[in-house]
Design a binder for this molecule. Structure first.
Ligand code: IVH
Length: 676
């Protein structure tokens, strides 16, 4: 056989074995036999590089590094789901769904595992993987295509036709066994271990060098489609089709009828949870039929036809070895428990919070106690309480410190608070905590700047405040000479820092670590005030007028921005090139003061696009009709909202009538969407 035909044969063979392994979970050959075929193909391709096609299985080991990830605006936003934590919330969901569908008795739901990983959106053009993007903030993600090409369960080319442009969405996970193996290796090499499989997967997807992504042996599970033509008329059929096309789809999903079968599936899944090879944190419940999904539609936050049930926190017993005082980024002093290392929810836990000294005293936790430790999802593990029967010896109850354990300043305390604080703004522990917060994922998302490195930079004087991060580049030579910091990792770090300069403003605002301002709060503030300049100029009255900003947070905000040190810090960062991306304002005020409700099927516009257009023209969209609604835009299949609009006398428009109101000609679905 000539080399070209042999290479084609090997490619087909290897792809089939990949499919058997990743999708069907039933390999026909073992790893070493696979490896032999693989090496034969590598040899042919090395001898004649023209045989190396882009869809060759040899291309799954990664490609040369890129310098940055181009951003990608999702054609259809990647939404998140509402959470339910108990049966009652599920019952309420089921009732809402049934009511929304006109009071039907029972609904068929499709129940899927909720993979605990990182979501990924794959674009296929004429059956070929052309682009992969992370979720990012839901509207815009990062293009990580070379990385996605190393992930198991993602076909380079679909097996059955999916013509045109289509998006397949799913979750990238790291299997528990891989996680443990990689952590053992990292430990042996003195490197920092991964906190959990989700971080390891998300971090793996964001490696500039895809050969490093390949080493993480990540896996993809498809859970749906994004923009593009539907493949079927229900969720269950869609996933079955995706599986035939070559995507890994987990087999644990089921169609169930009504609430009781739903609850049964959830408790069965919970029982097998730890036996699964990857982590899940719950079950996703989706109305199965797409027509019914369409009828239910979306709220501003997410679909009305789906919810995610989160498993309850896992609890374990372990010994509490020591209690120490920790200084937080706002100077708050909190007690932390040092534990005998223990696995909770697949993660090794060595420390847990004890919240505050009042709580600690109430629970009567002492050093040496056997304690119950609990961890739920992303939340920091906490000590629930001691097992008093098992208390041996009589360690004294720990007392609240009066001086800062770090800088020895005398602690102060506001009358209304349970937490004492270190008043020294230059306290090294506070500075370290501020920097740690600033670089986290929900803030500036600077990878590679871990706790140990931050401490080292503080010790060596490279760091004095968050602005110092943006001065690191000036010290590149010093960094490269530091122990265990090679040129490559320094440059990766500096690139990550550079990239963070244009993070969206809500992330930057959250990163400042102002008390009371969480990631959601930061988003709302930016939505209202839009620019950093406006936020800096705002006073108490402006802050308190923002929905969901209460009096305490409004005064924290005002105080923070008034403080001369903080003003200097902000000026400093701007001077160093930090330029957070600000929200785009409306392009006109044509719809200013008007509220639109879209209902039924829109034929020319995707609903998200319609809502975006309304926002661009200064108006608002809402999910429900009231006296305050200006217009209801109703398409075929419109139901209760249309009836309500009619009864309230709210003007109703057809989609075409809505389009004629727009100041620009509109070409139909997909127009204005950005191609990758
Ligand atoms: S469906 C509009 N299905 O959970 C519905 N999501 O809060 C979009 N996730 O960011 C999501 N397993 O990354 C869906 N079987 C599953 C999932 C799943 C995990 C993640 C997903 C998303 C988040 C939703």
């Amino acid at each position: 056989m000539d080399p070209a035909s042999r290479a084609a044969e090997l490619r087909a063979d290897l792809e089939r074995h990949n499919y058997l392994y990743y999708v069907l979970d039933s390999p026909e050959i073992d790893d070493s036999a696979y490896d032999r075929l693989f090496q034969q193909l590598v040899a042919l391709e090395t001898a004649d590089p023209s045989l190396r096609t882009t869809d060759s299985p040899t291309q799954r080991v990664g490609a040369p590094p890129v310098s940055r990830f181009p951003s990608h605006r999702h054609r259809m936003p990647m939404l998140s789901l509402d959470n339910a934590f108990d049966e009652e919330a599920l019952r309420a969901f089921d009732e809402r769904v049934r009511r929304g569908l006109g009071g039907v008795d029972q609904v068929d739901y499709f129940l899927e595992l909720k993979f605990d990983g990182a979501s990924l959106s794959l674009t296929y053009i004429d059956d070929v993987l052309s682009m992969a993007a992370t979720r990012g903030d839901g509207a815009t993600g990062e293009q990580v295509t070379p990385n996605a090409r190393t992930v198991g369960g993602i076909p380079f080319r679909t097996q059955t036709a999916m013509l045109g442009e289509a998006e397949v969405r799913g979750e990238v996970v790291m299997f528990k066994a891989v996680f443990e193996e990689l952590n053992r290796d990292r430990l042996a090499r003195g490197e920092q271990v991964f906190a959990n499989p989700r971080n390891a997967a998300a971090g793996g997807l964001r490696q500039l060098d895809s050969r490093l992504t390949a080493k993480r042996r990540l896996r993809f599970f498809a859970y749906g489609l994004g923009a593009g033509p539907p493949l079927a008329s229900s969720q269950s059929e869609t996933l079955a089709r995706l599986r035939k096309m070559g995507f890994a789809v987990h087999e644990g999903a089921r169609v169930v009828r009504g609430l009781s079968e739903m609850l049964e599936f959830i408790s069965d899944t919970q029982a097998i949870r730890t036996a699964l090879p990857f982590q899940i944190d719950g079950v996703v419940i989706k109305v199965n039929d797409f027509d019914l999904q369409d009828a239910l539609g979306f709220t501003a936050r997410g679909p009305r036809w789906a919810i995610s049930y989160k498993f309850p926190a896992e609890q374990v017993f372990t010994r509490l070895n020591r209690i120490f005082a920790q200084v937080g980024r706002t100077g708050a002093i909190t007690p932390v428990a040092e534990l005998e290392p223990v696995q909770v929810g697949g993660v090794m836990v060595t420390r847990a919070t004890l919240h505050n000294y009042e709580d600690l005293a109430r629970k009567d936790v002492r050093e040496g106690d056997t304690v119950i430790v609990q961890r739920a999802g992303d939340v920091i593990p906490e000590v629930v309480g001691p097992v008093l029967d098992k208390r041996i010896g009589d360690h004294p109850a720990p007392s609240e410190p009066t001086i800062c354990p770090e800088c020895r300043s005398e602690l102060t305390r506001r009358a209304s608070e349970v937490v004492p604080r270190c008043p020294n703004k230059a306290c090294p522990a506070q500075v370290a905590a501020k920097i740690r917060h600033f670089v986290t994922r929900k803030a500036m998302d600077i990878e590679g700047l871990g706790e140990k490195l931050i401490d080292r930079f503080l010790e060596t004087g490279l760091f004095a405040d968050v602005a110092s991060i943006y001065r690191l580049r000036e010290h590149r030579d010093v960094l490269i000479k530091m122990e265990r910091l090679g040129e490559q990792s320094v440059d990766n770090l500096l690139d990550g820092i550079e990239e963070s300069k244009n993070r969206a403003l809500p992330h930057f605002l959250f990163g400042l670590g102002i008390r009371g301002v969480g990631d959601k709060g930061a988003q709302e503030i930016v939505q209202e005030l839009r620019t950093l300049e406006a936020i800096r100029a705002a006073d108490y009255a402006t802050f308190i007028a923002i929905p969901n900003v209460g009096p305490a947070t409004a005064s924290e905000l005002q105080e923070w921005f008034e403080e001369p040190d903080n003003q200097r810090l902000l000026d400093e960062m701007l001077k160093l090139g930090v330029a957070p991306t600000e929200a785009e304002g409306p392009v006109s005020d044509q719809f200013s003061g008007q509220t639109f409700v879209f209902t039924g099927k829109l034929e020319k516009l995707a609903r998200e696009d319609a809502e975006e257009i309304v926002a661009k023209l200064g108006g608002k969209s809402s999910g429900s009709v009231s006296k305050l609604t200006s217009f209801v835009v109703a398409g075929p299949g419109a139901g209760s909202k249309l009836t309500k609009a009619e009864s309230l006398g709210v003007p109703v428009l057809t989609e075409d009538e809505f389009l004629t109101k727009l100041p620009f000609p509109f070409q139909g679905k997909g127009a204005g969407g950005e191609s990758p």
